[in-house]
Design a protein around this ligand. Structure first.
Ligand SMILES: Cc1cc2nc3c(=O)[nH]c(=O)nc-3n(C[C@H](O)[C@H](O)[C@H](O)COP(=O)(O)O)c2cc1C
Length: 196
């Protein structure tokens, strides 16, 4: 089988993967699991999943910088985003938008994402792969001055496209798309590091 070609990056970046669905029986977490494995197995860097279902942040009531006693969980999440060279957000599409749990994070941590490269993977159980959610999440990320990577990774028919461990049914096809998607994120990370 053809080896996956990547740009010759100099860095081994650390990627934080935000898994944005907190729904019981969620499918998009499978895609987050896939990216973690994909980055590790292809030696592209290190990756960790920040699972919003584990963090269970309460409904937003103030931004982190104005919070006198932020919880350990809040500080943990902020520290992991700060330490990451880039971020992948895996989000489902809910009624044409992104989930409340993700909006919570955008508002709570807004300055933590400042100048952070973010690539967005969208997920649905239908045929459109959650592509309609991209405009709302990109707009919000632009407002908080994150740098969104233009590459898209729409996942249609998520329950059959990936198993519960994040293994794709069409391994070759998914990995080809993932390569282009991750390449673009890594290119941005390397470009900014060369400027430093
Ligand atoms: C509240 C809600 C709204 C949804 N709205 C949409 C939608 O607008 N477009 C779409 O393609 N799928 C929609 N779906 C289906 C999701 O694509 C589906 O749940 C998919 O598995 C991704 O979300 P999950 O990670 O929570 O499973 C919706 C699902 C829920 C629970």
């Amino acid at each position: 089988m053809e080896a996956i070609a990547f740009f010759n990056f100099h860095l081994m970046p650390h990627i934080a993967i935000i898994s944005a669905s907190v729904r019981r029986g969620r499918n998009s977490h499978r895609v987050a699991l896939f990216f973690k494995k994909f980055i590790g197995e292809n030696n592209l860097g290190s990756a960790e999943i920040l699972d919003l279902n584990e963090y269970q942040f309460p409904v937003f009531n103030e931004r982190l910088r104005f919070e006198p006693n932020p919880s350990e969980k809040v500080l943990d999440f902020a520290g992991r985003i700060r330490a990451a060279d880039g971020v992948i957000i895996v989000t489902p599409e809910y009624n044409g938008g992104y989930p409340a749990a993700l909006k919570n994070v955008v508002d709570l941590f807004y300055y933590v994402f400042f100048l952070k490269f973010i690539a967005i993977a969208t997920v649905s159980d239908g045929v459109f792969g959650g592509t309609q959610v991209i405009t709302s999440i990109q707009f919000s990320l632009w407002k908080i001055r994150a740098w969104t990577v233009p590459a898209m990774f729409p996942v249609p028919s998520a329950p059959t496209a990936f198993d519960e461990e994040g293994n794709p049914a069409d391994k070759a096809g998914i990995e080809k798309r993932a390569r282009n998607f991750v390449n673009e994120l890594l290119w941005c990370i390397e470009a900014v590091n060369r400027m430093k």
